[in-house]
Design a protein around this ligand. Structure first.
Ligand code: 13P
Length: 233
């Protein structure tokens, strides 16, 4: 069974040098770790330096969003071919922060899922409920579901949300069971205030194969402990 941990750095750290140093620390802490796929998703301007830092390591590279258009008059957008050329194998799509702050709709996420699969990258589709997932996967052939990673990430559980607390692992299991009826055999992940302390419970009781991690991914030692929890429990 695949274990997968995605680091979503969001709009951090503050500068290029710090991004290079952070990627280097994560790489060192996870040097001898096997049996888990770890994907680092930095902001776009840091992709190239993080890619350089991750060379000759088992860590993989991902992006936090992508355009569904391959090129053309789309000011401010980043294309999937550009990301692929930088070494990205994964793209986070439909994150609740993009939905809330930039007006990302399910129709847009859906176009991005189609484009990402067509480009040969792995879509990491973030949803809060089953209806979103149905809309986000509309028209995607069932034969492609195995290539998709679905994250159940309730926005209220994200560490930076007001009064945030992680979801109850049993509630995560209930939701993942529901999402599984829609997108099986996709791989399911959980996101929202995941730490090295609570990761084990989600893996045991939540029926997930890994995590989408925000804050904890910016602290290399804590992140490495979290990754190790995913392997050893
Ligand atoms: P936290 O792990 O900081 O709660 O962030 C979750 C998240 O939004 C990952 O995409």
């Amino acid at each position: 069974m695949e274990r997968l941990i995605i680091a979503n750095w969001k709009m951090n750290p503050k500068n290029l040098k710090a991004a290079f140093v952070l990627a280097g620390s994560v790489k060192r802490y996870l040097k001898d770790v096997r049996g888990v796929r770890v994907v680092i998703c930095p902001p776009f301007p840091y992709l190239a330096v993080v890619a350089r830092q991750l060379k000759h390591s088992s860590l993989e590279l991902g992006a936090q969003d992508a355009s569904w258009e391959p090129s053309g008059p789309h000011t401010g957008q980043i294309s999937l071919p550009m990301l692929k050329a930088l070494g990205c194998g994964f793209v986070i799509l439909g994150h609740s922060e993009l939905r809330a702050q930039s007006g990302e709709t399910d129709a847009m996420v859906n176009r991005k899922v189609h484009a990402t699969l067509k480009a040969g990258l792995v879509p990491i589709v973030c949803v809060e409920n089953a209806v979103q997932l149905i809309k986000d996967l509309r028209g995607v052939p069932r034969s492609s579901y195995a290539k998709i990673r679905v994250v159940y990430e309730p926005s209220w559980a994200i560490s930076t949300a007001k009064g945030a607390k992680p979801a109850d692992p049993k509630e995560v299991r209930r939701m993942v069971q529901k999402l599984d009826t829609i997108a099986s055999p996709a791989v399911f992940l959980y996101g929202g205030s995941v730490s090295s302390k609570n990761a084990g419970a989600f893996l045991k009781k939540g029926m997930v194969q890994g995590f989408l991690v925000g804050q904890a991914s910016l602290r290399p030692r804590e992140f490495a402990n979290l990754v190790k929890k995913a392997i050893f429990g």
